[in-house]
Design a protein around this ligand. Structure first.
Ligand code: UD1
Length: 345
């Protein structure tokens, strides 16, 4: 990636989380100055020490709830960032079904307060952490950015709604640049093994469940469904290395410097991988056997979900380059070095 002359300051909201922390590293490596904002509601302060160990320098950090407009505006007055990447938000699908108001309140309020502060401070470059979940109703694969958006959970609807808010904002403010990054399934970790995914409680997602079985924290993997119309009957997803995803944000920031308006991009590899294929790739990369049991389908799951990632390559000049073996190796490296996740600090 091209180095820039003056270090451009970027506010990384939710920068202590899984994707946020990897993006902080990618920004540092590309010559940006990342300022981390996080309320630590779903992350630990020790992430910051780990980032310092990897980067060889400390990062400025604000512990802040973005739903508070006054404090958020004050932050912009102090830092005057050139751009914002917004990862901060609740993200558990099941929990969002049980507590929809909490999800709408938090995810929408924080985004609105952030955008209002940006407007007052004259900051007009925004990269948003969206998700493939916005393609809710689409069954024809691969998924393309022009496909219609819809959703099946309050969490997903917050993504659809925020995308719409950004589209509307770009109509009203012709100088505003919003980049919507629709993530597929991030796995893997920085190869240092110092940062990685650290879910609270029993993981909902496949890879952290597998790594916790491998490390002995969980007995066996429950495979949700073996009767899907896929080659081996298990669900197919587009797994992407979190470092590739992080580099996609750097490309999006570069793009936002030379563009205005609202654009959406898929960040995936374009390769569909089944649950059993992922398990076998993990076993090979880690040397660990993963006991498993086939169960019924999980409510709300779909058979297949994978990206057409060609638009990001064409327009952003970004393409995922790490393969499944590397994803599995790095996920395992993180988990085995940190069986209990990040230390409490
Ligand atoms: C899930 C979310 C999605 C979110 C994404 C973020 C749901 C319904 N969807 O997607 O909104 O954007 O995570 O990463 O939660 N599987 C098992 N056993 C497990 C866990 C998963 O067999 O213990 C299977 C699933 O049935 C699926 C595949 O593994 O076929 C991937 O599941 P998961 O990691 O939860 O991701 P998504 O379902 O794609």
């Amino acid at each position: 990636m091209q180095k820039i002359e003056k270090r451009e300051k970027v506010l990384v909201c939710g920068g202590a989380g899984y994707i946020g922390s990897h993006t902080v590293l990618a920004l540092e490596r590309a010559g940006f100055e990342a300022v981390i904002v996080d309320d630590l509601s779903n992350s630990k302060a020790s992430v910051l020490d780990r980032l310092q160990q990897i980067a060889g320098r400390s990062f400025k950090f604000y512990r802040l709830d973005l739903c508070k407009p006054r404090e958020t505006l004050e932050l912009f007055r102090q830092e005057s960032p050139a751009a914002v990447i917004h990862f901060a938000g609740y993200k558990a699908v099941g929990e969002s079904v049980e507590k929809p108001l909490m999800y709408y309140r938090n995810n929408l309020d924080s985004t609105l307060s952030l955008l209002e502060a940006m407007q007052k401070a004259g900051c007009r470059r925004f990269v948003f952490s969206s998700s493939a979940t916005v393609y809710g109703g689409v069954t024809r694969m691969p998924l393309h950015e022009d496909d219609p958006t819809s959703c099946t959970s309050p969490y997903g609807w917050t993504k659809v709604m925020i995308e719409q808010i950004l589209r509307d904002l770009c109509v009203a403010d012709k100088a505003f640049s919003a980049v919507l990054l629709r993530y597929f399934n991030p796995i893997g970790a920085d190869p240092s093994g110092l940062i990685g995914e650290d879910p609270q409680g029993i993981p909902n997602n496949l890879m952290p469940y597998i790594t916790q079985v491998a490390v002995g924290k969980l007995d066996k993997l429950h495979v949700f469904g073996k009767d899907y119309p896929t080659p081996d009957g298990t669900g197919v997803r587009d797994y992407i290395h979190v470092s590739d995803l992080a580099e996609g944000h750097v490309a999006a920031l570069d793009f936002s410097r030379r563009s205005v308006g609202c654009r959406a991009f898929n960040l995936g590899t374009g390769q569909g991988v089944s649950v059993l294929e992922l398990v076998h790739a993990f076993e090979k990369a880690s040397g660990q056997k993963i006991p498993l049991q086939i169960e019924g389908r999980r409510a709300g799951d779909i058979a297949e979900c994978y990206a057409d990632p060609s638009l990001a390559e064409e327009v952003l000049g970004w393409k995922a380059c790490r393969d499944l073996e590397e994803m599995c190796r790095d996920s395992w490296n993180w988990q085995k070095n940190n069986p209990g996740g990040f230390p409490e600090s």
